[in-house]
Ligand binder design. Structure first.
Ligand code: FPP
Length: 236
């Protein structure tokens, strides 16, 4: 185990479509393989000292994809029900939380999500933060609306500080991101956890998400272990 290990890892799961194309398969098959990789990754992370993993499974921008692909992605929470239940079955199993807008999801998905969150609430294992219909700009709108309501009710604007903003984030009370991994060769943050990742170490790999495995995870953890995190200060 690494001496300098991340508590919170965020993952941008990119390259499902290109993986499918490279294997002459439909894009949807890339997403199925991606979801299988997710399960393997959760099992691999359970063996590390990481406490939280945030997964970018559907962004606020992903609604712009063809309807058939959106519908398929939205069928995955149900399609992988058995796997999610298996991972969160024991009290030491994973705790599932969701970050993002729930109001644009189908009623079926909203209640499925609620049931995953509720049934795993007391679990003490890895926290799996599923970012579904998540976008940082949307999160900022949500935070601003919440605080503006409080100001209307008498809150002094001078009392607004970082802690207050944090308390309204979808991800509250999860800790900040230590390591952000993006697969598939793209080097962008794509509106993902921008506040939470303010001091994250960024790791980019060319591997497509469906091919990301435990060996690739270890490479990312080794990269993290080699970094000196100064948080704006000078060397110790
Ligand atoms: C990015 O690959 C991947 C996604 C937009 C979806 C990620 C989803 C999963 C891993 C499965 C779990 C999903 C849900 C909703 C529970 P891409 O399609 O952008 O790939 P490309 O850039 O190669 O086209």
């Amino acid at each position: 185990m690494q001496t300098n290990a991340p508590t919170h890892i965020a993952m941008i799961l990119d390259g499902n479509g290109r993986w499918a194309k490279a294997h002459n398969k439909p894009r949807t098959q890339g997403h199925v393989e991606g979801a299988k990789t997710l399960k393997k990754m959760i099992k691999a992370l359970e063996k590390t000292s990481c406490n939280v993993v945030s997964l970018y499974v559907f962004s606020t921008e992903n609604w712009r994809r063809p309807k058939a692909e959106v519908d398929f992605l939205m069928s995955l929470p149900k399609r992988f029900k058995k796997d999610i239940e298996e991972l969160s079955d024991a009290s030491t199993g994973i705790r599932v939380v969701f970050s993002g807008r729930k109001d644009r999801l189908s009623e079926a998905n909203q209640s499925l999500i609620d049931s995953y969150e509720t049934s795993s609430r007391a679990n003490t294992g890895l926290i799996v933060n599923v970012c579904l219909d998540y976008g940082f700009k949307d999160e900022m709108v949500h935070v601003t609306q919440q605080i503006a309501k409080n100001v209307k009710d008498g809150l002094d604007p001078a009392a607004i500080d970082e802690a207050m903003i944090e308390s309204h984030l979808y991800t509250h009370p999860l800790p900040p991101v230590d390591l952000l991994i993006r697969t598939s060769g793209e080097k962008r943050l794509s509106n993902f956890l921008l506040w939470q990742s303010a001091y994250a170490e960024l790791y980019f790999t060319d591997v497509y998400w469906p091919d990301f495995d435990e060996t690739e995870l270890m490479k990312a953890l080794d990269f993290y272990a080699s970094r000196e995190r100064r948080f704006g200060k000078v060397d110790a």
